[in-house]
Write a protein that binds this ligand. Structure first.
Ligand SMILES: [Zn+2]
Length: 211
């Protein structure tokens, strides 16, 4: 799987384009910048964009979802239902941050840990519900790659002081749902550099080195 990162979104949020080099099926994970650049890449490489997967409903992760969907209308925009209330506040989130308001992006489908039919090439896209940063925050596991949204960062974790945030929940999510994964899995977070599960178990200051 080929992964391209566009880390110049709002508040430094990263948009990812991932695709299977054999089938050329692709997904976008969060969408906050670089729409024209990504469109060019998709067209040049003849990528068949299947999904725009949202990790959670904060405006800095969904800012360009509607714009991207306009360009690739057959791609399904998917997220977890528990973040719909947050998504509905996107215009408010924008105005509070002092940036141009966007409309609430349309969602084509909801997903949770029981969703089984999402695939990229021959690989299942697994959904891991990791509440704590928000109620409906999810990570997407595709083979040995985890898109962690604002749940787990390199040597840090997501904020818990925003609407729907809860420190105990994010701690539980990371410990019981992410740190049980293979240590070699590469983690692509919603902000900042990539990391691995093994590195975070050892060095993430929120967890010590007890794992
Ligand atoms: Zn967030």
């Amino acid at each position: 799987m080929k992964i391209l990162a566009y880390p110049n979104g709002i508040f430094g949020a990263t948009t990812y384009l991932a695709y299977d080099e054999k089938s050329l099926e692709g997904v976008i994970v969060d969408c906050t910048s670089s729409v024209d650049e990504i469109e060019k890449e998709i067209k040049n490489k003849k990528i068949k964009l299947k999904y725009i997967l949202i990790t959670h409903g904060h405006f800095d992760h969904v800012y360009c979802v509607a714009k991207m969907k306009e360009k690739f209308q057959s791609a399904l925009v998917m997220m977890n239902k528990d973040d719909l209330p947050l998504l509905n506040q996107v215009p408010l989130q924008c105005s509070m941050a002092g940036i141009d308001e966007i409309k609430v992006p349309c969602i084509d489908g909801l997903l949770d840990e029981n969703t089984k039919n999402l695939t990229l090439g021959n690989t299942e896209i697994k959904i891991i519900h990791t509440k704590g940063h928000s109620k409906g925050g999810v990570c997407y596991l595709i083979n040995d790659v985890l898109f962690s949204g604002d749940t787990l960062f390199r040597a840090s974790i997501g904020r818990c002081d925003l609407f729907g945030g809860d420190y105990k929940e994010i701690e539980d999510s990371i410990k019981n749902k992410l740190f049980v994964l293979d240590e070699n899995i590469t983690v692509y977070p919603g902000h900042g550099d990539k990391t691995t599960i093994g590195y975070e178990k050892k060095y993430n200051p929120y967890f010590g080195s007890n794992y």
